[in-house]
Design a protein around this ligand. Structure first.
Ligand code: T6T
Length: 324
């Protein structure tokens, strides 16, 4: 992977900051390029980013592809370069394929932070890609592990656990998958992995894949729905098979629908990310970079909230539901 030298990156960052330091907040425009259109997670992220932009007195423009696809996301970023935005919060659709266009944006003087997903290995200090100022996300590995430990408990520590995530090139989801696998491994073989499937962030795919898995492996006692659409499809498949509540489900993501499924017993645990906060923190990082601040954290983990039937009505749990 191409790496901009640290000296060049520092020179570009300091000239970008010096240039923008002379701008009034009202002259600063930040672009949010989210992961996929219509996903309640990104709708909520955009709300948080807009609220932060308003607080800072800057403008925010937002766009994202109709499918999770770097070829569709790249021209949207090129269009923001042409618009001469000052900063960008990007949710890269692929950690490698999105590097060239983001590098073009950076070289044209745009300050960049990533939100939710990242480029390279996500370590912008010592890693393979160092031009973004900050990577803001949930601790996805920890979230996957917590969810699957709860599922394993609910299965009585035995049986098969099936994993669904969006795509193999969405690092947020693959980290969750790996966190879940670590929980399965820790059972020393008592719980078996029934397989990992990829839904392309499409609930119908998730339903079909789950139905096939339930047919194939009658020992499946739990399903890790590693993102919103994966969990939604898994819940639909267990209802069709009349296995709701018998096969335990964890939903990574907290749209209203997952909460309804938690309440009716189809889903047992919901890991709520804080997409509004992720968007807000990333906009702040870009603003800080543009206005010459130097101690911006290269990595920020925004805490997730674990929701079960026991705490779903508490103010903290209610506040964590995605407001799409
Ligand atoms: O889970 C979120 C996000 O964190 C992930 O990167 C992709 O899927 C979602 O947008 C939910 O659909």
């Amino acid at each position: 992977m191409k790496k901009i030298s640290i000296a060049l990156a520092a020179a570009l960052i300091s000239s970008t900051s010096a240039m923008a330091a002379s701008l009034a907040p009202a002259d600063i425009t930040v672009a949010l390029i989210y992961g996929i259109k219509g996903d309640p997670f990104y709708v909520t992220m955009e709300k948080g980013a807009r609220a932060k932009a308003e607080e800072l007195g800057i403008k925010l423009v937002a766009d994202g592809p109709s499918q999770w696809n770097p070829q569709l996301q790249t021209p949207l970023i090129d269009a923001m370069i042409a618009k001469k935005v000052n900063g960008m919060v990007a949710v890269p659709n692929d950690p490698t394929a999105m590097v060239p266009v983001l590098e073009r944006a950076f070289q044209s003087g745009i300050a960049i932070a990533t939100a939710d997903t990242f480029v390279g290995d996500g370590d912008y200090k010592d890693g393979t890609v160092n031009f973004p100022v900050s990577a803001v996300s949930s601790d996805n590995f920890a979230g996957g592990k917590v969810a699957c430990e709860a599922l394993i408990d609910a299965m009585g520590g035995k049986g098969s656990l099936y994993i669904l995530v969006s795509t193999p090139n969405v690092p947020s989801d693959t980290l969750r998958r790996d966190g879940c696998k670590a929980a399965v491994d820790a059972t020393g073989g008592a719980v078996k992995l029934a397989g990992v499937d990829y839904t392309q962030s499409n609930a119908t795919n998730a339903t079909n894949l789950t139905q096939a898995a339930l047919q194939r492996d009658k020992e499946i006692g739990a399903i890790f729905g590693g993102n919103l659409f994966s969990a939604q499809g898994a819940a639909a498949a267990t209802r069709t098979a009349n296995l709701q509540g018998t096969v335990k489900i964890a939903s990574f993501d907290a749209p209203e629908e997952a909460i309804a499924s938690l309440k009716d017993g189809t889903i047992d645990i919901v890991i709520a990310q804080q997409p509004a906060e992720i968007g807000a923190v990333a906009v702040q990082a870009v603003f800080d970079s543009l206005t010459g601040k130097t101690d911006i954290p290269a990595k920020v983990a925004v805490p997730f909230v674990t929701i079960t039937r026991d705490n779903v009505d508490t103010p903290d749990a209610q506040a964590a539901i995605y407001k799409a």
